[in-house]
Design a protein around this ligand. Structure first.
Ligand code: AMP
Length: 368
């Protein structure tokens, strides 16, 4: 029996471990928190920091193949391990995504259109970049940003002093894309073939993904170009394993926003919404098995459950409605804005979700 090692024990690790079991493999996760969600599902676990080289080595030693669900594993620790153990995705896709400037340059180099951007390091370069890109624009820290943290939209001169507060670390300034909607693609590539999951339309609330609607309502031609460009990008960049790419869509153009070489929140719908899911195909890749191309089972809506929606989610779980799948991650501490679970509504269009479910959640965000 093979063992999959997972660096990170959050909900992504939990769902990787579940699918490892489905495919007859064991799972071991490493996480700094003793109560990490994945630990309850894994066969073994290690409590240690992500930069604890000895602990990461122990994880590798106990695994046949290792993957990561945490994006900020330091290269100094991971690179030496990649040489000695089976970490088939390697460090490079992680390295390319850990810095927003490098990430955008890399995307552009491999054929994806990005919003225009400039490197910014101080007030003078911010001034030059704002003049070059025009307003509105978005200043982001190059590293460690997530879910809208470390970002500042500059709409007018008055916003510049607040933006300058981000400049204690290197930043990137991007043109503000007045997008019609956001979309994402999850791909898994084993070097021979690439399988891609149906494009989802993502609706964010306060910078955090709230809903993912599949299929994304968009012309087939545009959808096809987005999937093809994503596959070409992955091949051109030489990545294998799993990759999620987020785009802004405006008219019939799409702009690369960011990527993650791990399962993605917008791909959670695949567990019940598709014939195979993002976690299972990642595990197949790790086990060296042939990948299976997914098919969408039915229109599906995925709703993230943040702390404030936990009570509603528990009520919905108790109702046990057909086609409604409640996933709670078992996090011991619930906080507003913390991802506590998600619900997948299969056989559900955006309009049906809005009529039946939207109001049952705090904020009541609609899917259309
Ligand atoms: P990010 O962490 O880069 O994905 O940004 C979080 C959210 O901020 C995105 O999902 C968008 O809604 C918004 N955003 C980020 N960058 C831009 C941009 N260049 N233009 C317009 N909106 C943006």
């Amino acid at each position: 029996m093979k063992t999959i090692g997972i660096i990170g024990g959050g909900q992504l690790g939990l769902m990787i471990a579940e699918q490892a079991h489905v495919l007859g493999a064991r799972a071991i996760a490493l996480d700094p928190a003793a109560d990490a969600p994945a630990f309850s599902v894994c066969d073994e676990h290690i409590v240690a920091a992500y930069d604890d080289a000895a602990a990461l080595e122990e994880l590798c030693r106990r695994s046949d193949a290792v993957t990561y669900e945490f994006e900020n594993v330091p290269g100094e620790v991971l690179v030496p391990l990649c040489k000695r153990y089976n970490i088939p995705q390697g460090f490079r896709p992680l390295h390319d995504s850990q810095d927003r400037l490098r990430e955008k340059r890399n995307a552009a180099e491999h054929g994806l259109r990005t919003p225009r951007f400039e490197a910014v390091d101080d007030a003078a370069s911010l001034r030059r970049a704002v003049d070059a890109l025009g307003m509105p624009c978005v200043l982001k820290t190059r590293t460690m940003g997530y879910d809208g943290h470390g970002q500042c939209v500059i709409r007018s001169e008055e916003d510049i002093p607040a933006a300058e507060r981000l400049l204690s670390v290197p930043c990137i300034l991007e043109e503000f894309v007045r997008f019609d909607f956001e979309a994402s693609v999850v791909l898994v590539r084993d070097g021979r073939r690439t399988v891609s999951f149906p494009v989802g339309r993502n609706i964010h609330r306060d910078g955090i993904l709230d809903l993912c609607v599949v299929p994304a309502a968009m012309p087939d031609g545009l959808r096809g170009r987005m999937v093809e460009a994503s596959e070409r990008f992955m091949e051109s960049a030489g990545y294998t394993g799993i990759l999620a790419i987020e785009y802004f869509v405006r008219g019939d153009e799409f702009y690369f926003n960011e990527m993650a070489p791990r399962p993605h929140n917008s791909g959670h719908y695949t567990i019940e919404g598709c014939t195979t899911n993002q976690f299972r195909e990642l595990v197949r890749y790790l086990l060296g098995e042939e990948l299976v191309a997914p098919e969408l089972v039915s229109p599906t809506v995925m709703k993230n459950i943040l702390g404030e929606d936990l009570v509603s989610a528990e009520r919905i779980a108790a109702e046990g409605r057909q086609g409604v799948f409640v996933h709670l991650y078992g996090k011991t501490e619930s906080r507003p804005k913390r991802k506590m679970g998600h619900i997948t509504f299969t056989g559900m269009t955006a309009g049906e979700y809005d009529r039946e479910w939207a109001e049952g959640f705090v904020g009541g965000v609609t899917a259309r």
